[in-house]
Design a protein around this ligand. Structure first.
Ligand SMILES: Cc1cc2nc3c(=O)[nH]c(=O)nc-3n(C[C@H](O)[C@H](O)[C@H](O)COP(=O)(O)OP(=O)(O)OC[C@H]3O[C@@H](n4cnc5c(N)ncnc54)[C@H](O)[C@@H]3O)c2cc1C
Length: 419
């Protein structure tokens, strides 16, 4: 009786920790030969944070992240369009966190190792394919340690192998590469004084040029925190194609010229970019929502199932919720297809809505409305767009993403009835 999990990213590790909580045997197979703190900042929404707290990670999470207090939209001139409270400040019973993706992954990995009697994570194992059998599933992989192709059997296979999932590729051979909308994101971390509340996430600009930033650490003794930033420019997607690789490093000269006038009283994007040594390039890609994730004893989870544009702070949060829901159904129904289908029925429609909303009506969508109406310059924002239009848009997105405050505060963690 084993659940085979491909990928020790945020989704795969949360699934492992959840199955461990429920005493369901599992084994994780990770392609990388070591877990290094890769990536830059990500946000964890309160629904996901509640699940991490239920995994006993409340104190360690506070140690590695910042409790987000505010979210704001600003025009390309740095003028305030809309701000709203986030996390505890907004009335959620659990916080929203901004964290380093790699530090979160390391925390999950080390917690899993610490809590295990044997090693449940096999590193250097790249899943290459699978075969569903009548009472088991066969995982095929390349073992980087032995340099051999090998196989293993389990009861269930869960593909948590990210946006370029090999298992998804086998299920949907004609799907091709992720879909690119023409935008390129350059991501970096700079030590600087945090702006506004000290725990604010801001989006500045419009559809073709944007700067997103938030701190992901507490202040050091000099008053500086690690400030995560994403500079974004849009190009014609027909002209070039960019492969999605989270670890591609580039030089700032590729884009800094476009941000030479971006320096405002309260935040200085130009100097944040200038002072960063490691910059990572990533295309704004997603995939069309699937009609099905489950095929016999195999299913998809996290980015392998529903990669989405990173505009609504949902990628990691939804992978965590997927993991907890799947663990719930595996405990209730057993290690069989019924559990996988019940998980899919609950999560697929919700995540499909988020993917589609992030394409055109994510939290940032009103930036372009303001740009179209006034070119980003105004004396009084209410003359450009009404506060009720801004509020309605924000509430609508929260409802799509399952972040309604009252509903969330009234619910328990997903596995609470089983532990
Ligand atoms: C190196 C890296 C850096 C990232 N940086 C950022 C960032 O800066 N900002 C952001 O918003 N999001 C980032 N992400 C994506 C973000 O982590 C995910 O969107 C989100 O956490 C969903 O998690 P996931 O577990 O589904 O996928 P991921 O976190 O992508 O994890 C997938 C895991 O599967 C492993 N894997 C891939 N192929 C195979 C295979 N064939 N066999 C076995 N294992 C495999 C990968 O090494 C990885 O550990 C990054 C992802 C990676 C892998």
């Amino acid at each position: 009786m084993t659940v085979l999990i491909c990928g020790a990213g945020i989704g795969g590790l949360c699934l492992g920790l959840s199955l461990q909580q429920l005493e369901i045997p599992f084994q994780i197979f990770e392609s990388s030969v070591s877990i290094e703190p890769l990536g830059v900042g990500i946000n964890l929404q309160p629904n996901a944070v509640r699940e991490l707290y239920a995994l006993g990670l409340k104190d360690p999470l506070k140690g590695i992240g910042v409790q987000t207090e505010e979210f704001g939209l600003f025009s390309k001139k740095g003028l305030e369009i809309w701000t709203e409270a986030r996390g505890l400040k907004a009335g959620y019973s659990v916080p929203q966190f901004s964290v380093h993706r790699g530090e979160l992954q390391k925390l999950l990995y080390e917690t899993l190792i610490e809590r295990s009697k044997k090693s449940y994570v096999s590193l250097g194992i790249r899943a290459t394919g699978f075969k569903n059998l009548s009472s088991s599933v066969q995982l095929k992989y390349f073992n980087k340690n032995t340099k051999k192709n090998e196989i293993i059997y389990g009861n269930i296979l869960v593909a948590c192998d990210g946006i370029n999932s090999n298992i998804r590729k086998q299920l949907f051979p004609d799907e091709g590469d992720p879909l690119w909308n023409g935008a390129i994101l350059w991501r970096g971390l700079t030590a600087a004084s945090p702006f506004r509340t000290g725990a604010s996430m801001v989006m500045i600009g419009h559809d073709t040029q944007r700067f997103v930033s938030y701190p992901i650490s507490q202040k050091d003794s000099y008053g500086n925190a690690k400030i995560n930033w994403i500079a974004e420019l849009k190009f014609n997607p027909e002209k070039i194609y960019m492969k999605s690789d989270w670890s591609k490093k580039v030089d700032k000269s590729k884009f800094i010229g476009s941000f030479k006038d971006w320096s405002f009283e309260w935040i200085n994007p130009l100097s944040l970019i200038s002072e960063t040594s490691s910059i990572y390039e990533y295309p704004m890609v997603d995939r069309d929502p699937l009609e099905k994730w489950t095929f016999g004893r195999t299913t998809l989870l996290g980015d392998a199932a529903h990669p989405t544009y990173p505009v609504g702070s949902n990628g990691a949060s939804q992978a965590i919720i997927d993991a907890r829901k799947l663990a719930f159904h595996l405990k209730v129904n057993g290690l069989n297809e019924i559990s996988l289908l019940s998980y899919e029925k609950e999560m697929l429609p919700l995540t499909a809505k988020i993917t589609l909303a992030n394409r055109s009506s994510g939290p940032d969508a009103l930036l372009q409305v303001v740009e179209d109406r006034c070119g980003g310059t105004f004396n009084n924002i209410q003359e450009i767009i009404s506060q009720s239009e801004l509020k309605n848009h924000s509430e609508k997105y929260k409802s799509v993403a399952g972040l309604n405050i009252e509903r969330l505060n009234n619910a328990d963690s997903i596995l609470s009835s089983l532990i």
